[in-house]
Design a protein around this ligand. Structure first.
Ligand code: ZN
Length: 322
């Protein structure tokens, strides 16, 4: 099957009460870990590349890696998505080079400018059979070139969503309801601590999500910054020479709840980074004599596959949907 757009996927996900995982890709092992997991569980898939990924791997390699994955798993419907396109030029470049979905993130600009740039991208993309995600509201945290201080984040204003979607013509909308980019999503003072001393973050704003859904019935909503930062991998990293203090993510039961509702796409990046790093760190610690990348990357890739299988089954609910 060639790369597809997310139109059909989102429609089924919305009606079926589940979400599609959008996993960030940066190299071959990550692509393999994710696609092997999705194939085993018969789950549709969005693979997304950020500006940082395109800089690191070169877009040509990323597109070709996906072609490889499709050849190995021809039954898998896969979307290749641009994560956080900074402007029209970046989005156009991806539309012209084989991506089937792009995100224009002008959320840091004033409302009217966000509308104008998102509309421009939507018109160009649609002419080429590509779908578009835009964003309203601002997430805190750090993701590659997107950096927003905790105090500068703002929730999506439900009063703006209908006008925004109508005037831009975009196909899905990322909203800010309290998720955050990176592995340190919340400052310790925003959280409480449980008996084990692990941080428990403030709950997502489901009231905003519900209000957005009421104003945009049937319209696919996207959650960014939705890694859960699994503490078992943080622990492995810290036990094998790492120093990740107070890493914290979004609890998976809240993501499951969002997936049952209007959220059709959930972005997961940090969890894969943690899994790969945990596998490599543990391997080096236990086998200091090893220097063959195939040995330690095998462990990292296996962790990615395990994490993605868990997400598909227990968080997204997208297994057996192809
Ligand atoms: Zn994001």
């Amino acid at each position: 099957m060639p790369l597809v757009t997310s139109t059909e996927m989102f429609k089924k996900a919305y009606d079926g009460g589940y979400a599609i995982g959008a996993f960030n890709i940066n190299n071959m092992e990550i692509v393999q870990g994710i696609t092997d997991a999705a194939a085993e569980l018969k789950s549709p898939l969005i693979l997304q590349a950020s500006a940082g990924a395109r800089k690191y791997a070169n877009s040509v390699y990323l597109v070709k890696l996906l072609e490889g994955a499709l050849a190995v798993h021809p039954e898998l419907p896969i979307v290749l998505h641009l994560d956080h396109g900074a402007d029209f030029a970046v989005c156009k470049d991806c539309v012209d080079n084989g991506f089937t979905s792009v995100m224009i993130d002008y959320s840091g600009h004033p409302f009217e400018e966000n509308i104008a740039e998102s509309k421009r991208v939507a018109e160009y993309a649609h002419e080429h059979g590509v779908v578009v995600e835009a964003e309203l509201g601002t997430l805190a945290g750090i993701e590659d070139d997107v950096k927003v201080a905790h105090g500068m984040a703002s929730y999506t204003d439900p009063d703006q969503v209908e006008e925004f979607v109508k005037r831009t013509g975009v196909d899905s909308l990322a909203i800010a309801i309290g998720t955050s980019h990176g592995a340190f999503k919340f400052k310790p003072e925003q959280c409480t601590r449980n008996e084990q001393g692990i941080l428990c973050p403030p709950p997502l704003r489901f009231d905003i999500l519900e209000e957005v859904a009421r104003r945009l019935p049937g319209f696919p909503i996207v959650l960014h910054g939705a890694s859960s930062v699994p503490q078992e991998y943080v622990k492995i990293i810290n036990e094998h020479g790492g120093a990740l203090k107070d890493a914290v993510g979004v609890p998976e039961d809240q993501l499951r709840q969002a997936a049952r509702g209007p959220v059709c796409k959930i972005n997961i990046d940090s969890d894969l980074r943690l899994g790969l790093t945990a596998g490599v760190r543990k391997h080096f610690d236990e086998h200091p004599e090893h220097f063959d990348p195939r040995q330690y990357l095998t462990d990292g890739r296996q962790n990615i596959k395990d994490i993605v299988m868990h997400k598909i089954k227990d968080v997204l609910g997208s297994d057996n949907k192809i």
